[in-house]
Design a binder for this molecule. Structure first.
Ligand SMILES: [Zn+2]
Length: 314
């Protein structure tokens, strides 16, 4: 059976079509042009802070079991807006334009079936998409660290280079801890710690990723370690950045008064773009706030390096 893949050109056409035919998309992307942005440097890290009111639905999404049960799943075919068109990737996924964008071009890749958000067995798909889509990074939010539909499997795709993470990483680099075949695994510490996997083939990259997922702790009641994942391909090499997470939301999310900041960090935040839905928070957020937020929700460099080194001693 021939596999149905999607090229960057096909994505471009879908985007243009939806922009022309669906006012919500037209307005959503037009709003990005006038959005307020500021840059905050935290040591070697660059953070672009974006005041983006439309993201309130994601930042404040209720994802407890009762709330999920009470709502219609907005990623299922029958509940999506009639204007929303899709492109098929095999029988497994459909690609949609994200009507609540952060990126100049922003897509959601949804599973064709209503099935839980889980990365197990799907890294190869992410890597294939990173290759086929071309100018996009593919990202994944674990069910308890940023996904606003933890009950329906989905990735997202956004313009390559929009998130500052990879360019910061290319200057600072990572410490290599493991090698297998054409893949290497290292840990980087650039205002937040990440495991960086580089691979020349899908097989070795996906194998290294799933090996990492077996090393990381799984919180009680969860089915996988808490992670945000970015995946892209340039030249012949894939780069998979995995941000292991300790916590879904930082303490400022529930804080009263002046300490309150409505931010629910996900892959895009890990990538260095903070989409802030409330204007008061846009002005408030600076070096100290960013350090505190990432310090609370991410594992430290030492914690991650210890996990990987201990798992590989035996
Ligand atoms: Zn669904």
């Amino acid at each position: 059976m021939k596999m149905k893949r999607i090229t960057g050109d096909e994505l471009e056409h879908l985007f243009e079509r939806q922009l022309a035919e669906w006012p919500m998309v037209k307005n959503g992307f037009a709003a990005l042009d006038s959005v307020k942005i500021k840059t905050v440097k935290v040591e070697d890290a660059t953070f672009k802070v974006q005041f983006n009111p439309a993201r309130i639905r994601s930042s404040a999404a209720k994802i407890d079991a009762a709330s999920l049960k009470a709502r219609r799943c907005f990623l299922c075919d029958e509940n999506r807006p009639v204007e929303q068109q899709s492109l098929a990737w095999d029988d497994e996924y459909k690609v949609l334009v994200n009507p609540y964008p952060i990126f100049p071009k922003h897509f959601t890749v949804v599973c064709s079936r209503h099935t839980d958000q889980r990365i197990a067995g799907r890294m190869a798909h992410m890597m294939e998409m990173a290759e086929a889509f071309g100018d996009y990074e593919i990202f994944y939010n674990g069910p308890h660290c940023g996904a606003s539909a933890p009950d329906h499997m989905h990735f997202q795709a956004g313009n390559k280079g929009f998130m500052p993470w990879l360019s910061d990483l290319s200057r600072v680099g990572e410490d290599i801890l493991l090698r297998k075949g054409d893949a290497v695994m290292g840990v980087a510490n650039i205002a937040r710690a990440a495991v960086v996997i580089r691979a020349m083939s899908i097989e070795s990259g996906a194998e290294m990723f799933h090996r990492l997922m077996e090393m990381l702790p799984v919180p009680a009641g969860d089915s996988e370690p808490m992670v945000n994942v970015l995946c892209s391909k340039s030249c012949r090499e894939w780069t998979i950045s995995v941000f292991p997470r300790k916590r879904h939301r930082p303490s400022c999310y529930d804080a009263e008064g002046d300490d309150n900041i409505l931010i629910s960090p996900a892959s895009v935040d890990m990538g260095g773009v903070l989409a802030i839905p409330l204007e008061k928070d846009f002005y408030k957020i600076g070096v100290r706030e960013i350090e505190q937020i990432f310090g609370e929700v991410c594992y430290s460099y030492d914690e991650i390096a210890d996990i990987i080194e201990n798992e590989n001693k035996s």
